[in-house]
Design a protein. Structure first.
Length: 236
């Protein structure tokens, strides 16, 4: 992580209402602001590594983050996607364990680091923050269970549709009249689907022929989300 940089005040941060600290008091936000620092991470740069000991939590200020696990043969599986406002690493902090996954920037991102003692103090003293934290944990568990079921039960073609819709859910703007698009390497998409890059390229080409997506270089544009949704639900 780079050296400490000037940051927007926590109280007026555009991501505050989507973060774990939406219900923190002004005094608590001031305490967080005094203790935090921020790093700028280039595409592909590691924010923290699997099995590393946690010394605090991370809040995404800008950009897109992937959380990945490595298998014994060195293959990568993306287990979660994060965006501005999302917190990273809090489960390891709460459990007193090492990180169960690595966090890597999918594009140029800014991430704030909040030291362990400050995070615990706010959580211990503010029941609303603790409540929001447990809701976040519950949602993360549900998402993990759904992803495990998808990988176990659905064929690759349906999993690819699921992955594209997940990207839209996490990074899309419902207010935008334009079709959702994202710049994503085929390798990252394959790691999200849980298959080989060549397989993703083949099925993505089929989706393009069927009018469900368009591609421009590494950019993927969802042109028919209704058909993608119908495909993703074939094995539900």
């Amino acid at each position: 992580m780079t050296h400490k940089q000037p940051l927007p005040a926590c109280l007026t941060c555009a991501s505050r209402n989507r973060s774990l600290f939406a219900n923190a008091t002004e005094a608590e936000l001031a305490e967080i602001e005094d203790a935090k620092n921020c790093g700028h991470f280039k595409t592909g740069q590691i924010i923290f590594s699997e099995a590393q000991r946690p010394y605090g939590i991370f809040c995404v200020l800008e950009g897109k983050i992937k959380l990945t696990k490595a298998s014994g043969d060195g293959k990568e599986q993306i287990v979660r996607l994060a965006k501005a406002g999302d917190a990273l690493g809090y489960r390891a902090v709460l459990a007193g364990e090492r990180y169960s996954a690595s966090a890597v920037a999918l594009d140029d991102s800014k991430v704030c680091f909040i030291p362990l003692e400050v995070f615990r103090k706010v959580m211990d003293e503010n029941p609303a923050v603790a409540h929001d934290l447990f809701i976040s944990l519950s949602r993360a568990l549900t998402e993990t269970e759904q992803q495990m079921a998808t990988l176990a039960l659905k064929p690759v073609r349906e999993r690819l549709a699921d992955a594209l819709l997940l990207l839209k859910k996490v990074y899309g703007d419902d207010k935008s009249p334009e079709p959702f698009s994202i710049n994503l390497s085929r390798e990252n998409l394959a790691n999200l689907v849980g298959t080989a890059k060549e397989t993703v390229i083949r099925f993505l080409s089929e989706f393009k022929e069927e009018g469900m997506v368009e591609t421009k270089g590494s950019t993927i544009i969802l042109t028919d989300t209704k058909r993608l949704l119908a495909l993703s639900k074939l094995y539900d």
